[in-house]
Design a protein around this ligand. Sequence first.
Ligand code: B12
Ligand code: SF4
Length: 471
Amino acid sequence: MTDVILFRPTFFNAQLKPPPIPWGLLYVGSSIAARGYSVKIVDELIHPDWRNLILAEMKKKTLLIGISSMTGKQIKYGLNLSAFVKEHSKIPVVWGGIHPSIFPEQTLMHKNIDYIVKGEGEETIIELIESLEDKRELETIRGLGYKNNNNAVVNPDRFFTKLDDLPELDYSLINVDRYVGKRFGSQRSFELCTSRGCPHQCAFCYNANYNKCKWRSMSVDRIMDSLHELIDQYEIDGLTWREDNFFVDEKRVKEIAERIIEEDINIRWHADCRIDDVYRYDDAFIKLLKKSGCHTLTLGAESGSNRILKKIKKGITRDQITLVKNKLNRYEIYQNYHFMMGLPDESDKDIQKTVDLMYQLMSKNKFFGKICGPSLYTPYPGTALYEESLLKDFNPPESLEGWIDMDWYSLDLPWITNQRRNIIEDIAWNVMGIGQKWVHHYFKWKFFLFAKYNFPIPCFEKKIYLKLRKN
Ligand code: B12
Ligand code: SF4
C-alpha cells in the first residue's frame, strides 16, 4: 500500500550532476510518514521512465498524488504526470511549491489539478489527507486551495511552521547516494536546509511574496544533530547550506562555525551569501568561517552598474563587490558570482559595466570560482519588478501552461530587442568558456575587449562547449 506518491518533475537544466535534492518533497514526505502513512517519492531526474513505476504504485490504494513545481519548465513535466494520473485513475492530484503558491487560483483552474497547497506544505498536506479520510472539512484547512462547483477556493494562509517542530527527515524516502557527489572541493557532498526565508527585499526575488520577508531557523542543537547524522550515516565530507540566506543571523552562524570546530567535524562547506554581509564582517569572523571549513561562497553581484543595483534594491554598490573579492581572497575562500541582465531600462552602458565588473572579479583572483549566468531577468510573479514589467507591456500568461515558457529560450520580454538578446546570450556562452581551465585566458581576453572597447564577443565556440558539456 502506498498512501501518497510525491513527484518532482524535471526542468530544463536537468543534466546537473549530482541532481539537486528534492527538499520540498523530502520535508513533506517525512511529515506524512511520521503520521504513519506510507509515502513514495519519485524524482523524474532519477526516474525519467516513471510511467510504469507510478502505475504500479497507483494500484496500491493511493490516497493522493502530490507534484512540486517552480515557475517554468517544471510545470510542463508536472502536467504530464497530472494527465497520466487522470487517464488511469480517479486519484486526486495536489500541486505544491513556489508556482502554485504564487498563482493558486490559476493553477487550481487546470482540469487535471484538484488541490493546491500554498506555502509550506508539511501540515497542510496532512490535514488534506485527513479530509480525504472524512475526518476534517476542507474549509478549515489553512493554506489549501480546492474546487467548489468548478470555482477556485483558496483558504487563508497558514502561519509559518516552527522548524524545530518538524519531524526528523526520513532519508529512507530517497536514495541519498544518488544525490551525494563532488561539489565545492569535496568528494561526498550533500546539503542541509536549516532556515527558511530572508528579510531582504530584492526586487526580482520571490521572498517578499512567499516568505513575507520573515526569516526563521532551526536551533543550532538540531542543526548540529542533523550534520552529525549525515556524516555518520552517509560519510559526507562536504555540505551546502541550502537556504534562502544562511547568513541572516551572524550570531547563529558564529555558533555553528564554532561548534563545527569544537566537535572536530571535518567538512568543506558552501553557502549563498550577500555582498553587504561579507563587506561588514570583521576579519576575525571571516577567519572563523574559513577555519570551520568554508570553501566557497556564492554571492549575488547581479550587475556592475550602480544604477541597476539600486533599481533592483540589492542594497550594495559596485565598489563593495570588488572589496569583498579582495577580502575573501585574503582568506582563501573561493567565490562564485551571480549576474543577471535584461532588466527593464538597462542600457548598453550598464551591460558594458557589468562585463567590466565580471572581468575585474576574475582578474588577479586566485580564488575565483565561476560566474553564474548572466541569467536573463525573468519577471516572476509576486516580485516588485513584476509590477513594473506589467506597466512595461509584459503580458502575463492567462493559464498555467503559459508559464512553462518563462525561460531563456522562449521568454518574450517587450523591452528586449533581438540584438540585445543575442548580446546577452553571447556573454552567457563566453562565461561558460571562462569556466574551462585550459581556455580561461582566451575568454578572459574577450571580456576585456568588450568591457574596454565595446568590442562584440560572439561565441562561435558554442558547438565545442556543447560537446564538452555533454562529456
Ligand atoms: C535548489 C534550487 C533549485 C534547484 C532545483 C530545486 C527543485 N525544487 O527541484 C535547481 C538548481 C535545479 C534550480 C533551478 C532553478 N531555479 Co531554483 N531554487 C532552488 C532553491 C535555492 C532551493 C529550493 C529548495 O530546495 N527549498 C527548500 C524546500 C524545503 O522548500 P520548497 O521547495 O519551497 O518546499 C516547501 C513548499 O514550497 C512546499 N512544497 C514544495 N513542493 C511541494 C509539493 C507538494 C505536493 C506539497 C503539498 C507542498 C510542496 O512544501 C515544502 C516544505 O514546506 C530555491 C530558493 C529557496 N530557498 O527555496 C530556488 C528557487 C526555487 N529557484 C528559482 C529559480 C528562478 C530557478 C531557475 C529558473 C534559475 C535560473 N535562472 O536558471 C532555475 C530553473 C527552474 C525551472 N523553472 O525550470 C526561484 C523560483 C522562482 C519561481 N517563481 O519559481 C527560487 C525561489 C530562487 C529565488 N530566490 O528566486 N533551483
Ligand atoms: S535575492 Fe537573496 S538576499 Fe535578496 S531577497 Fe532574495 S534571498 Fe534575500
